[in-house]
Design a protein around this ligand. Structure first.
Ligand code: FE
Length: 341
């Protein structure tokens, strides 16, 4: 009894001196990350160097991490969840996993359409149309709507309609054009399939280059990765395909994000906010671009990435990321109805 009393006294006094510089107490941040990019290592080191806060990283597949945080509940050691795709961040929000996000720095640096009340984006990627040069003319592919045009019958390759990248694209189409038109579009694309959906974005790029189909969509960082590759087969692939920025005369190309938020039961909330603010710093923003071929969310960051440079400037859809989230469930229902598996 006595020792318990002493122990709680001791922990009280430790808590009280934490700000006064209890040197022995190591500051840590528990990061649950679904970003599996090797180069992210450097990003995390930068934070530790700057703040002295050590990062303990738990990596997992996106959906597994969400499940894990949910199961851990109030006892979860997770401070920050970092993941890719607005649809997945929306899922974390809907499960009530995030704490409200309040930071003047994030509000000042991240454009309003790329934040919500409890998570923020730190990089963007666009979903573009790719085509086989000499088989299809880029003028025929000026919009996502063109993918549903009967003249492309038997020419379109796609990954699964259930994949978050396609769900988010569909969500943006619902937001701009309404459910009825979105469903018509999905049916039109399905009617144009060269084969049943399979593989990831890079598989679609290779299929277009190999002549299995003539048109597909892909996230830009997969293209940038192939553009920066020194493997001869990747060069050949990129020589055979062209890239179109869709919907440049209207809404702009659909963009998706990688982002994160502080978790509701985070034991180190202050460190968590500091980490998210660090991700919006010039240094970290440059890293997203130069290391992983994504665009910074902070305006005016100078980057050094020949592939992004080569992709050039484009008009990005300014739809709030929260809207992508809002139509996510609807997007899946429409894909199911259209047979976009
Ligand atoms: Fe990806």
């Amino acid at each position: 009894m006595k020792s318990l009393f002493l122990r709680s006294l001791l922990s009280l006094s430790l808590g009280a001196t934490a700000f006064g510089g209890a040197q022995a107490e190591e500051q840590v941040l528990n990061l649950y990350s679904a970003r599996h990019y090797q180069t992210d290592e450097a990003l995390y080191d930068g934070f530790t160097q700057e703040t002295g806060i050590k990062i303990k990283r738990i990596e997992g597949k996106e959906d597994e991490l969400l499940e894990r945080i949910r199961n851990e509940g109030a006892y979860s050691p997770a401070d920050v969840l970092l993941t890719v795709d607005a649809a997945r961040l929306a899922a974390a929000h809907e499960l009530g996993l995030f704490a409200p996000l309040q930071s003047a720095i994030l509000e000042a640096r991240i454009p309003a359409n790329l934040r919500t009340s409890d998570w923020a984006s730190f990089s963007t990627r666009a979903r573009v149309i790719i085509y086989a040069k000499g088989v299809v003319k880029p003028e025929e592919l000026a919009t996502y709507s063109d993918l549903a045009d009967p003249r492309l019958k038997g020419k379109v390759c796609s990954r699964s309609g259930s994949h978050p990248y396609n769900l988010s694209l569909m969500a943006s189409i619902i937001a701009h054009q309404g459910e009825a038109k979105a469903e018509q579009w999905a049916k039109g694309v399905v009617a144009n399939f060269a084969r049943a959906p399979k593989g990831g974005d890079t598989d679609q790029i290779r299929a277009v280059a190999a002549g299995e189909c003539a048109v597909a969509v892909s996230n830009t960082y997969y293209l940038a990765r192939l553009m920066r590759s020194d493997k001869p087969e990747d060069r050949k692939t990129m020589d055979k395909i062209g890239i179109v920025w869709p919907d440049q005369k209207t809404y702009g190309a659909h963009i998706n994000v990688s982002g994160g938020g502080v978790l509701k039961h985070a034991p180190h909330k202050e460190a968590a906010i500091k980490f998210l603010e660090y991700l919006a710093s010039d240094q970290a923003q440059r890293y997203f671009a130069d290391g992983n071929n994504e665009w910074p969310v902070v305006v005016g960051i100078k980057i050094d990435n020949p592939a992004l440079e080569a992709l050039g400037k484009f008009k990005a859809d300014s739809l709030p990321v929260g809207s992508l989230a809002m139509y996510r469930a609807k997007a899946q229902i429409i894909f199911d109805r259209a047979g976009y598996r």
